[in-house]
Design a protein around this ligand. Structure first.
Ligand SMILES: C[S@@+](CC[C@H](N)C(=O)[O-])C[C@H]1O[C@@H](n2cnc3c(N)ncnc32)[C@H](O)[C@@H]1O
Length: 268
């Protein structure tokens, strides 16, 4: 979860507007630290689905890499657009969208021939049926109060049959403390409690928000937006990866899943 120490953490309801405002500010303030801390692991032009290090190059969740050439791909919550850079190297035509101006400045710093768009995933500034594929590696979906709205927007801008693949914190993690060590192995709360995790300032204003959905909620969200669920991938922690990322660690990764990747297709 967040790295901002001075904010007080709590669980409370948060409306969509407050959530979006808080997260935009948080990512603008913390983008430099985030890229400094995780940029090496992410690589400038790798497509990594999460802290386990599962690479799209091996996983092929968007389809075989050889089929990406000439495809229009929307990356949502792209951060510094590392995944889009990998897609461009396969010959795809990616558009990297993010809410945070500062994250997109890091995309510019790293460089490459990419189209960058600053927008909220809940209101995509594209015409209907503009893209063949859409993807998101931990971008936007864990941070929005109304994920169905985002899914419907993705469905709208995809062409019929288009694939939508997104990764999020595995829902089971919400029942455990967000700690990489042994203290992160004992259940501390209800998996069924959907109350958002919120960090707030002294005036009680949210400065960072994450939203919890159960596995069943996520399945219902994609189906409600007009997608078919093709696969649910739970990457196992590989032996080569000794790196901790917040509450994700080799210790916990050997025992419980840390990431869920939903592979969906737009109905024809
Ligand atoms: C954990 S980062 C993931 C970025 C990139 N895939 C990576 O692995 O570094 C989450 C990204 O989602 C973006 N984000 C959060 N809420 C969003 C929203 N409502 N719309 C678009 N992007 C959003 C943040 O600005 C941030 O860049």
């Amino acid at each position: 979860m967040s790295q901002e120490d001075e904010a007080a953490a709590t669980r409370r309801d948060v409306a969509a507007v407050e959530s979006s405002r808080a997260n935009r500010g948080w990512w603008d303030r913390n983008a430099d630290d985030y890229q400094q801390e995780h940029g090496g692991f992410l690589g400038d032009d790798r497509f990594v689905w999460g802290p386990e290090g599962l690479d799209e190059e091996q996983a092929g969740l968007l389809g075989p890499a050889g089929d990406l050439k000439g495809r229009d791909v929307l990356e949502i919550g792209a951060g510094a657009a590392q995944c889009s850079r990998w897609l461009a190297a396969q010959g795809a035509r990616p558009v990297a969208l993010d809410l945070s101006h500062r994250q997109l400045q890091h995309a510019l710093r790293i460089g490459g021939e990419l189209r960058l768009v600053q927008a909220d995933a809940g209101a995509l500034p594209f015409a209907d049926a503009s893209f063949d594929l859409a993807c998101s590696a931990y971008g936007a979906i864990p941070f929005v109060a109304d994920p169905v709205r985002v899914m419907r927007e993705v469905q709208r801008v995809l062409r019929p049959g288009g694939r939508w693949v997104f990764s999020v914190t595995h829902p089971i993690r919400w029942a455990f403390p967000d700690e990489p060590g042994p203290e992160g192995l004992s259940i501390a709360g209800s998996y069924f409690d959907r109350t958002p995790y919120v960090e707030q300032d002294e005036a009680g204003r949210a400065v960072y928000v994450e939203h919890h959905r159960t596995v069943g909620d996520r399945v219902r969200d994609v189906v409600a937006a007009g997608f078919r669920l093709v696969d649910l991938v739970e990457p196992e922690w590989p032996a080569w990866n000794r790196q901790e990322w917040g509450g994700w660690s080799p210790l916990r990764g050997q025992l419980i899943p840390g990431t869920a990747i939903f592979v969906c297709e737009r109905d024809q």
